[in-house]
Design a protein around this ligand. Structure first.
Ligand code: ADP
Length: 395
């Protein structure tokens, strides 16, 4: 023992502090430091049994003594840890007494202790002390106390991981619930128009002049397109989610894809200001219909969420292995709290005025980019606008 037994209570207080740390690594660092203040050891390693219960993995290793070079290598502790996990007992291992003078490094005194949580073994703690002395009963009690706290820290870590997973599932379920009401509304609105205008046209008691008939039929036609688009979005997102979407890879020029979409959009939106200056792009492997869908989505979002602001599109061809496309608007932007989720299926930023939608568009975009082995993300500054960045591999 380095210090006298009054340090027991001091050490215990340290451990209590360790337990209160939020992050498990900080908790362990703090615990091991306090243990080291009252007990001599050189290295410490923690092994935790895998979820499958078959193998144990090193979860933490720390060298605190003079033999610090051993920090990275925790293999010294593995064998004793395996024996401890098997027997669920404390195991001591002292060097053989040969009478010959040995180097301190070769005189390894090991102790292995089971880590138990809720009555079940979850791993083992191994300590090594070079050059002795033997572990006394007090040392063993102290390390066993530390093992109890360590097991608690790991159990808390496992619990936190489970909570995070459950929260993600809960969020997804909430989104699906919201989606059902959104989609019913989104389907009913065009259907209502189609039904209303066709019933009106079919009324036998009224004669409609040709101009009115044309006007009604145009509405029916547009709403049918809207409905078709909605249904194909739902189907696409389901196919992309389950990896069953058929991709037709061919050499494509992204600048041509964007220009085609742009021409179509500009013909409906005469006042739209678009800055798209790019040199001719090289061909990359891609599914041109799918890539078209991405830019249609980005334009449609910019029109909905950043109306009457210019759109800047840039293609950066300076990277050897990928094209980088930046699509930026100058609208209200996306609040920081929501930005991480906008690519989630069904996710919609709440309380955005005048914006119909299903929360599928960006999910579809990202899945398409993923299928192209690329990356897509967004950056946004509230009040300044949103930038969507896409990276597509050139080979
Ligand atoms: P939808 O438009 O059908 O809601 P998306 O998946 O396309 O679904 O977009 C998800 C959410 O991201 C939108 O509901 C909107 O709140 C936000 N968003 C998307 N694009 C922009 C943009 N350019 N500016 C601000 N917010 C945007």
């Amino acid at each position: 023992m380095k210090k006298n037994l009054t340090d027991y209570s001091r050490g215990y207080l340290f451990w209590q502090n360790a337990v209160q740390e939020e992050d498990w690594r900080t908790a362990l660092d703090s615990l091991i430091q306090s243990l080291r203040e009252i007990l001599v050891f050189d290295n410490l390693a923690i092994f935790i049994i895998d979820k499958d219960g078959e193998t144990s993995e090193i979860a933490y290793a720390r060298a605190v003594g003079r033999e610090k070079d051993a920090e990275a290598d925790a293999s010294w502790g593995e064998e004793i840890a395996v024996r401890v996990i098997e027997s669920e007992e404390i195991i001591l291992q002292a060097p053989e007494k040969t009478g010959k003078q040995k180097k301190r490094r070769d005189e390894a005194y090991l102790i292995g202790l089971p880590l138990k949580a809720s009555g079940k073994i979850i791993g083992a703690l191994s300590l090594i002390r070079f050059g002795g002395p033997d572990y006394t009963k007090e040392h063993i009690d102290l390390t066993n106390l530390a093992a109890g706290v360590i097991a608690y820290i790991f159990e808390k870590r496992a619990l936190q991981e489970t909570i995070t997973k459950l929260e993600a599932i809960q969020r997804q379920m909430q989104l699906q619930d919201d989606f059902v009401s959104t989609i019913s509304h989104e389907l009913r609105t065009p259907l209502g128009f189609i039904k209303g205008y066709s019933t009106t046209l079919l009324r036998e008691d009224t004669e409609w002049d040709e101009e009115t008939q044309r006007e009604f039929l145009t509405i029916i036609d547009e709403e049918t397109d809207h409905l078709t688009e909605l249904i194909s979005n739902v189907l696409d997102s389901a196919r992309l989610e389950s990896n069953t979407a058929e991709m037709n890879f061919q050499p494509v020029r992204v600048d041509v894809v964007i220009r085609d979409v742009l021409t179509r959009i500009s013909s409906h939106q005469k006042d739209l200001e678009i800055n798209f200056n790019t040199q001719d792009c090289g061909y990359i492997p891609g599914d041109s219909a799918m890539l078209t869908q991405i830019f249609e989505n980005l334009f449609s979002n910019a029109l909905k969420y950043a109306p009457n602001t210019p759109i800047d599109i840039e293609i950066d061809q300076s990277h050897e292995d990928h094209l980088r496309i930046v699509f930026a608007d100058h609208g209200a932007g996306i609040p920081k709290d929501h930005l991480p989720f906008i690519f989630d299926r069904f996710y919609r930023v709440p309380d955005v005025p005048n914006a119909a939608g299903t929360g599928l568009g960006l999910f579809i975009c990202k899945q398409i980019i993923k299928a192209h082995h690329g990356k897509m993300w967004a950056e946004s500054e509230e009040g300044q606008g949103t930038r969507f960045i896409i990276q597509l591999p050139v080979k």
